[in-house]
Ligand binder design. Structure first.
Ligand code: TMP
Length: 235
């Protein structure tokens, strides 16, 4: 399938229409941003690496009964996916306190949570993606109760699948962000990506960060971390 017209450009991806109205091509870019686009940079080969990582993880989820937008990877940076109407509620799942949760609850980064924590954020760049709860979602009609229940159930199941798979690769899944959308019949699918841009991956033994926090916090060895994740997933 060929790209027709670019219909959307985000911070890390471009989306193209195809000759099938129900399918789009997602192109992963090397661009990296943090703090709502305030910090900008490039991570060499990130597009190729994230396309690969995300495809491996989406295939794993499909194989485990999660409906996802993935159709097929068509080249190094481009993936053919089902066209979805993205639900403007980002779901963050956390197993270990880090980032904004560590700050908010005054926990040391690395503190294991007794239960996985699910959070909702309003997908709105101008507002800086504020955290919201289900009542905000209903009040703003971002999703129905039925959709939110379904998304939450999927998010916990996705967490279980990913934690187990990654543990076997020597990777602790600290937290991650998911986006869901609906097709033209209203069926819910997992969309967007799952990659070191959207997850915290820590080496199980050393607790070294192998994700975008290396870019956000200027820790160095950014490219090396993305390469290391690919190496381990391909093992
Ligand atoms: P946080 O600790 O900054 O709230 O991030 C939680 C998780 O969500 C982390 O794995 C990174 C991911 N994330 C995104 O994918 N996009 C974002 O814009 C932010 C802020 C976090």
């Amino acid at each position: 399938m060929e790209k027709e017209k670019m219909i959307y450009e985000g911070k890390a991806k471009k989306v193209y229409s195809t000759n099938d109205a129900d399918k789009v091509i997602v192109e992963y870019k090397d661009d990296a941003t943090a703090f709502d686009g305030e910090k900008k940079g490039q991570i060499t080969e990130k597009g190729r690496l994230n396309a690969k990582i995300s495809t491996i993880l989406f295939e794993l989820l499909e194989d485990n009964g999660i409906p996802t937008h993935l159709i097929e990877k068509i080249n190094e940076t481009d993936v053919l996916v089902k066209k979805l109407d993205i639900i403007l509620v980002e779901v963050v799942m956390r197993n270990v306190a880090a980032g904004s949760l560590a700050k908010r609850l005054g926990l040391e980064e690395g503190t294991r949570l007794n239960k996985p924590v699910l959070e909702f954020y309003y997908k709105d760049d101008d507002l800086g993606d504020p955290m919201i709860n289900r009542y905000h979602v209903y009040a703003e009609e971002l999703a129905t109760k039925k959709q939110l229940d379904q998304i939450s159930k999927l998010a916990f199941k996705i967490n279980d699948i990913l934690v187990e798979f990654l543990a076997d690769k020597g990777i602790d899944l600290i937290d991650f962000k998911l986006e869901f959308g609906t097709d033209n019949k209203g069926k819910i699918y997992l969309g967007d990506e799952i990659s070191p841009d959207t997850c915290r991956f820590w080496d199980t033994k050393t607790q070294k960060k192998l994700d975008k926090d290396r870019f956000r916090r200027d820790l160095g060895e950014v490219e090396g971390a993305y390469h290391e994740i690919v190496r381990r997933l391909e093992k």
